[in-house]
Ligand binder design. Sequence first.
Ligand SMILES: [Zn+2]
Length: 115
Amino acid sequence: MSVERAARRRERLFRSQDGICPACRLPLPGDLAGAEVDHIIPRSRGGPDLLWNRRLVHFKCNRDKGTGLTDEAVALAAEHGVILREPPVRVRKHWRDWVPGVPGWLAAGEFARDN
Ligand SMILES: [Zn+2]
């Protein structure tokens, strides 16, 4: 995704949320510094990268959540028929970050099969 498209996506979420972080109910910074896109159902638990699963939160609020499932995530998964996966044994990052030969990372092909 281009930088411009990522920025537009964040601005759209910012407007749709009236500038409020849904995790802590406090305002997000107007310049979106320190805010990031969160997947309500974590990607590691089978959550898709779709608009209904995205929200903009403070960087810190996202770190606090980790791979845990909120009540909202469970409800959303039921609503959209998402099969929740077990939490990963190791923190899985995006396949683009995959580095060959580093223990604990899945092979690139395994990531592809997940989607
Ligand atoms: Zn917050």
